[in-house]
Write a protein that binds this ligand. Sequence first.
Ligand SMILES: Cc1ncc(COP(=O)(O)O)c(C=O)c1O
Length: 390
Amino acid sequence: MTKEYEISERYFYLPDSEFTEIMRMAGEKKDIISLGPGEPDFTTPKHIIDFAKKKLDEGYTHYSPPVGRSETREAIVKKLKKDNKIKVDPEEIIVTCGSQEALFLGILALVDPGEKVLVPDPSFLAYIPMVETITGVPVSVPLLEKNGFEFDPDKVRQLIDKRTRILLINTPGNPTGRILKKKTLEELADIAVEHDLVIFSDEAYEKFVYEKNKHISIGSLNGMKDYVITFHSFSKTYAMPGWRVGYAAGPKDIIKSMTRIHMYSALCAPTISQLAAIEALNGSQKCVEDMRREYDRRRKLIVKRIKEIPKMSCLEPEGAFYVFPNIKAMKMKSTEVVRLFLKEARVLTVPGTEFGRYGEGYIRMSYATSYEKIEEAMDRIENTIRKCKV
Ligand SMILES: Cc1ncc(COP(=O)(O)O)c(C=O)c1O
């Protein structure tokens, strides 16, 4: 008889998503093209890998201070000033195991049980579970296609009450690929000041911005320094997801609280990854521009193809590497469409509902996959839709 364990109640807050089953099915099939990835298909640029190898040979295999190595934080200070127009001191930065850990630490540091976090919906699928596991209350802020998947400031105001602590934003956005405009950011900034909220600004995709669009960090707006924690990642910008390194920049007292929690959980971000991060920031940025250009080429292809396919439409992605097509005309649930594409077209996509209930009627397609594979995947999807007459 196998022993039964009493798993904590907290665990049962975590969603048991239908997509897990879809991914299992995808794993069993041959010849699947995945438009599912949430990570770059590129390998980390060679100069970063070479630098890290050298540092390993030099013996950098030890722990680092919980808050992060000082030279890493100094490189981040410079980067934030130059790229994001955010002026911070090294004590206002913590280096973490990816930005996801930083987000979790931020929530742990600020939210008591029963307190609320405003979460865009649809948005990155880890936000809601993070709030739920610590028995905080996530409150969905609908991002509607008719508003360009932008925040509606009046709606945000309506959702705030005395228990609201955090307003989470993500630009460029996963899964919508949209960028929050300066006017929206200014309005959200006013709301945060009015209601004494902390804004969590997740900018993981900041460098993948297309056409004339511009990424603006809300933390750079006048008077916002005390109200914003900015979260950045090396995973997307430098194709370093497996290195697990990211950081948060914000008010010193919050960073200090996050650091204490980090010290008793992960202890520190991997030392070698923190060193590689310095090379990433200080080395040539051509690798980032090369990846951005390639994503842009694929973005144009996938958008063109979606527009040609019956019963699918999309708002043009302005950033990140996702497109979020509307499939409402197919008159099927998002999960059913994903299952159909998997079964008939052998293409893996992600149901919009993975990103929140307002994701119903949409699917996410990632273009962090080669141009040729995207072409083939879109051919297969088009044939399936025409053949099945859905
Ligand atoms: C919006 C967003 N934020 C954060 C993350 C996590 O990134 P990291 O690898 O830095 O933890 C992801 C990963 O997909 C993401 O899409």
